[in-house]
Design a binder for this molecule. Structure first.
Ligand code: SAH
Length: 303
């Protein structure tokens, strides 16, 4: 099989991690970024909710200075470990790995004949089949609208609901056919990718996990520590941007409060202010890089 995953913005991440001693990789995947993080000579806590990823990365990385957790980075177990560690560098490289997309049995792909599954934590919680067959019409429409930027989300949700009354949607073909029936025969791979991704975000509660983890990680971070987040779609990036902006504000009182009664100081800075994007050369070499945005938050040394 091809390479597990080729990491995005790896040089930029290595520069940020330089000289750091207690590192956390919240999404270790195939261990590409983790291998670079270990070049700092520091110790690493490696987390992934996918047991296959943990097995793969464990085999690829040197023993000794890595500790492992196979759970979501938003799970209480992970947040407790991170908090005890008081890390000075935490990386999130969100979304799915190339390997997860490639293996048909994992059910992420819109290639023909793939079971609708999409669970990163194999076998845990509702699958994509459960989501498309049980979510109410309105909720399904919200998923395609909010996570899939689909302007005809209502029509797609109604089509799915009509079809599942005849027989449940269980394979990629069932969902692809529903998309084609609802949105027209001109729909193609880009639409399938976008709408399958919307289902995946729901199945794995991706935005909720990020919203739970980010504030807890900031709290756990050592003074002058760094959080680096690589996101791959606008929903994720919006969450990261909102937190980083909020943390960087000196005063968080509502506009009508006459005297500042809040913490009154920024918790750190988002630097650079704009996200870091991969170079044209990196995008040409690695398709997954094309939508990547790296945002970096530096916690204040007084925090
Ligand atoms: N940086 C990695 C690739 C990461 S791909 C490398 O260099 O190889 C994204 C990984 O994040 C996947 O393995 C996926 O299972 C994991 N993941 C996504 N959401 C997660 C979550 N909430 N908790 C833990 N792992 C998560």
């Amino acid at each position: 099989m091809a390479e597990y995953h080729s990491p995005v913005l790896v040089r930029e991440v290595a520069v940020l991690a330089h000289g750091r001693r207690r590192l956390v990789d919240c999404t270790v995947g195939g261990g590409g970024h983790a291998a670079r993080l270990l070049e700092t000579g520091g110790s690493l806590l490696a987390i992934d909710r996918d047991p296959h990823a943990v097995r793969e990365a464990r085999a690829a990385l040197p023993e000794g200075c890595v500790s492992w957790l196979n759970c979501s980075f938003a799970a209480p177990e992970a947040l407790t470990c991170i908090s005890r560690l008081r890390p000075d560098f935490v990386l999130f490289d969100l979304g799915v790995s190339t390997r997860q997309l490639e293996v048909d049995e994992r059910g992420f792909s819109f290639r023909p004949g793939v079971p609708l599954d999409m669970r990163m934590a194999v076998g845990e919680g509702p699958s994509a089949t459960d989501v498309v067959n049980t979510l109410e019409r309105r909720e399904l429409a919200r998923v395609f609208d909010e996570y899939g930027d689909e302007s005809r989300a209502d029509r797609l949700a109604a089509t799915i609901v009509r079809r599942r009354q005849r027989s449940p949607l269980t394979t990629s073909d069932d969902l692809v056919n529903a998309i084609r029936a609802a949105l027209g025969p001109q729909t193609g791979p880009a639409d399938f990718a976008r709408l399958f991704q919307a289902v995946r975000i729901t199945v794995n509660q991706e935005l909720e996990s990020l919203e739970t983890a980010l504030p807890a990680v900031l709290e756990a971070l050592a003074p002058a520590g760094v959080i680096a987040v690589i996101s791959y779609h606008s929903g994720e990036d919006r969450v990261v941007k909102r937190f980083f902006h909020e943390w960087a504000r000196a005063c968080v009182c509502p506009p009508r409060v006459p005297v500042c009664s809040c913490r009154g100081r920024a918790l750190g800075v988002a630097d650079p202010r704009k996200p870091i994007r991969p170079s044209a050369a990196e995008i040409a070499a690695n398709r997954r890089a094309r939508s990547a945005k790296l945002r970096v938050f530096h916690k204040s040394d007084a925090a």
